[in-house]
Design a protein around this ligand. Structure first.
Ligand code: MLT
Length: 242
């Protein structure tokens, strides 16, 4: 790693051209990235991230119905008639092993689609942060953390996670002249990183999820460095790198 990675604060705060040639880590702590990591860890064959339900339906029409599951949420709630919602705890081995998942979410999957022109697209969250940063240390390419956010707005938990990964990469002092996005994420982690679960529980999206009855997802997604699964996008399908 040569330069301090930049942090794009939402999935819409950049032009698609800006990620070309870069290594991008798409973060959506609550919950799309955490769900994707869990699904691949539990043996899903691959995940096709789509920006909307119409695209999901068109892809499904061309697949054998026993080979895929339609997955995802709109505003946090499971989409009617889909097999699975976006709660990572639903993605058990008995459900997802060997299956292709067609996955649509409010912010995470549209962000993934916007980043698909990057040289390398990795999916990261607190669950696999160490595995991701261990990998990033081995490459020379320019790195950008892209926080999915919520409907063009900043999400506390995504920015905090970018700060956590930056902290793992650079240590306790951010190099001078680091990009502003990196400075903000790093400072957020310095301020709130001593109790990730507690601070994420105060975030806007955690409150939204609690109201929808997904309290256990918040605890699950705040676990740090518990997965060595690194999801990467290859020819439009997210598969397990390691
Ligand atoms: C998203 O993509 O916006 C999220 O993953 C929403 C959610 O928590 O389901």
């Amino acid at each position: 790693m040569k330069l301090t990675p930049d942090v794009f604060i939402t999935g819409r705060s950049f032009l698609e051209d800006e990620v070309k040639g870069k290594t991008v880590i798409v973060i959506d702590v609550l919950r799309a990235a955490s769900t994707i990591i869990t699904a691949l860890q539990n043996g899903s064959k691959g995940i096709i991230a789509v920006e909307d339900m119409g695209t999901a339906g068109r892809i499904a029409q061309n697949l054998d119905s026993s080979s895929y599951l339609l997955c995802g949420e709109k505003d946090g709630e499971k989409i009617e008639d889909y097999h699975l919602g976006n709660s990572p705890v639903e993605y058990e081995e008995s459900v997802v092993k060997g299956k292709t998942l067609i996955f649509s979410s409010t912010n995470g999957t549209p962000t993934l689609v916007r980043c698909s022109g990057a040289k390398e697209v990795i999916i990261g969250s607190f669950l696999n942060a160490k595995a991701v940063t261990d990998y990033l240390r081995t490459i020379d390419n320019e790195i950008i953390f892209v926080c999915s956010g919520w409907k063009s707005r900043l999400s506390f938990e995504d920015t905090l996670c970018a700060g956590y990964m930056l902290h793992q990469l650079v240590g306790t002092v951010l190099p001078v002249s680091s990009p502003d996005g990196a400075c903000v994420a790093f400072a957020l982690y310095q301020q709130f990183g001593s109790d990730i679960t507690d601070s994420v529980k105060n975030s806007n999206h955690a409150e939204r999820l609690r109201k929808l009855g997904f309290e256990q997802d918040i605890d699950y997604c705040c676990q740090t460095d518990v997965s060595d699964c690194i999801p990467v996008m290859e020819d439009g399908v997210i598969v397990r790198k390691v």
